[in-house]
Ligand binder design. Structure first.
Ligand code: URA
Length: 320
């Protein structure tokens, strides 16, 4: 067998294994130059996924839907109070040696919770790590305490439970999604619904257990009607995730879908453009890929996600 054929065989076997892990039992394959295989079609039907309201995960939809901002959630609290308490309670505000007085940084703090990552699809593939994650000395428990019974944005009004990040606090691999859906809101944990079950299979397909990785969302409370979180909502919630990243210090973060990618990388690029290309966040490799809810809607995109996950697996194997 030639090396090319051997590689092809390995590739085919990996893809079959992945499809099996994803629960695909049968599928119809149509190749341009060969007759279609005579098999029943794939498992996931439109009917099965319609209730998931996965429209929001279609790549390159407008990032934030234009909706009127909800009224302020804290009528009796000074406008900057939550930011002030967040800022005071995290050492991320003291990252620079010449920290300006607290009041003077307040207007920019939602953008500058941590220094901006660099995003350049062409040049960023395995780019040099020119800055490391800050050592904040925090703990996940301390961050949870800080979050408390959060009422920093109006999403608290409709929530059942806060869906805090879950998994290993020392994980090498982290996954970041958008915001809880109905199941996550009911159980108070991220990715426990159908998209979450698919995520678990994706994690296991590259040889990890779900408990070995760290899983979180940009927002911890469910947006009404499963809409994407609004900028004022992500601005309040995202800093807690960033602080958790600085505690866990993963080697790779997989960002799932547009909202997670744009929020973590602070980029205007769409997911289809930089999907599959390692980006950099504080020296941590970031792999943007499609959201599992999108895969439920369009299973043909699993192939791309599998390609991306193999890059993640290989990077982690080479950097143990
Ligand atoms: N989608 C997300 O982005 N996060 C979840 O926790 C569940 C679905």
């Amino acid at each position: 067998m030639t090396e090319a054929n051997r590689q092809l065989a390995i590739d085919v076997r990996e893809h079959l294994e992945y499809l099996r892990e994803l629960g695909v039992e049968t599928m119809k394959v149509e190749l341009a130059d060969s007759p279609p295989l005579d098999h029943p079609v794939m498992v996931v039907t439109e009917e099965q996924v319609s209730h998931e309201k996965v429209e929001r995960f279609i790549p390159d939809r407008p990032f934030f839907t234009k909706q009127p901002l909800p009224p302020p959630a804290k009528p009796n609290v000074p406008a900057n109070a939550s930011r002030l308490s967040l800022l005071e309670s995290t050492r991320l505000s003291k990252l620079n040696s010449e920290t300006p007085p607290l009041k003077s940084v307040l207007p920019q703090i939602s953008k500058n919770e941590m220094p901006k990552p660099t995003v350049s699809p062409a040049t960023n593939l395995f780019a040099d790590r020119n800055s490391a994650l800050p050592d904040t000395g925090e703990t996940i428990e301390g961050i949870r305490t800080d979050i408390g019974d959060c009422r920093r944005c109006s999403l608290c009004e409709g929530r059942t439970k806060i869906a805090h990040s879950t998994g290993s606090f020392t994980a090498d691999l982290m996954f970041v999604g958008e915001a809880p859906g109905a199941d996550e809101d009911a159980q108070g944990a991220p990715f426990v619904g159908r998209a979450g079950q698919l995520l678990t299979k994706i994690i296991e397909a590259i040889g990890f257990k779900r408990d070995d990785v760290f899983i979180g969302n940009i927002n911890r409370c469910r947006p009404p009607m499963n809409r994407a979180p609004l900028p004022n909502e992500t601005a309040e919630c995202k800093p807690f995730l960033l602080r958790e990243i600085a505690v866990v210090r993963p080697k790779v973060i997989v960002v799932l879908g547009n909202t997670a990618m744009k929020n973590l990388l602070d980029t205007k690029e769409g997911i289809t453009k930089i999907r599959g290309i390692f980006q950099d966040y504080y020296g941590v490799k970031v792999m943007p890929t499609f959201h599992p809810a999108y895969l439920l809607r369009d299973p043909s995109k699993k192939r791309e996600v599998w390609d991306d996950m193999k890059k993640v697996r290989d990077y982690l194997n080479e950097n143990r």
